[in-house]
Design a protein around this ligand. Structure first.
Ligand code: 4H7
Length: 265
């Protein structure tokens, strides 16, 4: 696309079902996610299911059948909130439920989501939701952001949206490139340094001060491969390295062994 081309792509619209709409100020008011909204790259609609309760006190929680501690989110107000979101976004819009039982979110899934036109995120609170929303397929998919327990689905929803924003063309400025992101090419990022040249007796690697951009690029790729090998070797099994990348990694390994030897002797 050049500057004469009109970008007719519509914003990716995300409806969020949550009883705490203000929490989302964290992404609507700060940083790259705020910019993405201002530039109409993404659009966020928050629906509070409390507005769909039918009791005087606007209670959304209720006791679980069979007893036990804690409360559940009742099915009816959540169903109505989802239906309202669908009346705006379209009746075939998919609904994702952020839950510890979901399939684990990763960069590949984020890429798939970033190409969608719209979707609904349901944020659970209390002990979660009435199981019939899942059994009746009102929820299309359960997504987890990792194996740990949180008190609500709002943070996972924001994690998902933040990661997704980085994938949509136009959301990142010139200074932040998606290509530099860890995982973009399946590798971790290279180390970065800024001023001063010496900090706590540690000098910035000479190559970065050399001004030789071709060499710097190769050094960064080598470090990127090395970081991945040292910190997340499992990631290397998922990608195929070129001959050049393989050679660079071998060089890195040799140098690292040398460093280790120096330390111990
Ligand atoms: C759905 C069902 C997501 C949402 C249950 C959500 C972790 C993740 C929640 C629960 C989440 C994740 C209710 C289970 C409170 C734990 C103490 C909200 N936690 N909860 N219980 N990993 N919590 O993506």
């Amino acid at each position: 696309m050049n500057e004469n081309t009109i970008n007719t792509t519509k914003p990716l619209t995300i409806a969020i079902i949550s009883i705490f709409p203000e929490i989302f100020h964290a992404i609507t008011n700060y940083g790259i996610t705020k910019k993405a909204i201002q530039k109409e790259i993404i659009k966020i609609n928050i629906v509070n299911p409390r507005n769909y309760t039918n009791n005087k006190y606007r209670n959304i929680d209720d006791r679980p059948y069979g007893g036990g501690s804690g409360m559940l989110m009742a099915a009816q107000p959540l169903k109505l909130a989802i239906e309202y979101a669908k009346s705006i976004l379209g009746y075939n819009t998919k609904t994702f439920y952020l839950s510890p039982k979901g399939t684990k979110l990763n960069q590949k899934k984020i890429l798939i989501l970033s190409k969608m036109k719209c979707f609904i995120l349901l944020c659970g609170r209390y002990k979660g939701i009435d199981e019939r929303l899942i059994r009746n397929k009102i929820i299309d998919e359960e997504i987890s952001i990792g194996d740990y327990i949180l008190s609500g689905g709002e943070l996972p929803a924001m994690v998902l949206i933040d990661a997704l924003c980085r994938f949509i063309p136009g959301s990142l400025g010139k200074e932040q490139s998606r290509k530099d992101d860890s995982f973009y090419n399946g590798l971790l990022e290279c180390p970065y340094y800024t001023r001063p040249k010496v900090f706590d007796n540690v000098k910035v690697p000479n190559i970065l001060l050399s001004g030789n951009h071709k060499k710097i690029k190769i050094w960064r790729l080598k470090q990127s491969l090395g970081q991945t090998w040292m910190k997340r070797p499992d990631l290397l099994n998922k990608i195929i390295l070129t001959k050049e990348e393989n050679d660079l990694l071998e060089q890195f390994k040799k140098e690292t062994v040398k460093l280790k030897d120096n330390k111990t002797t």
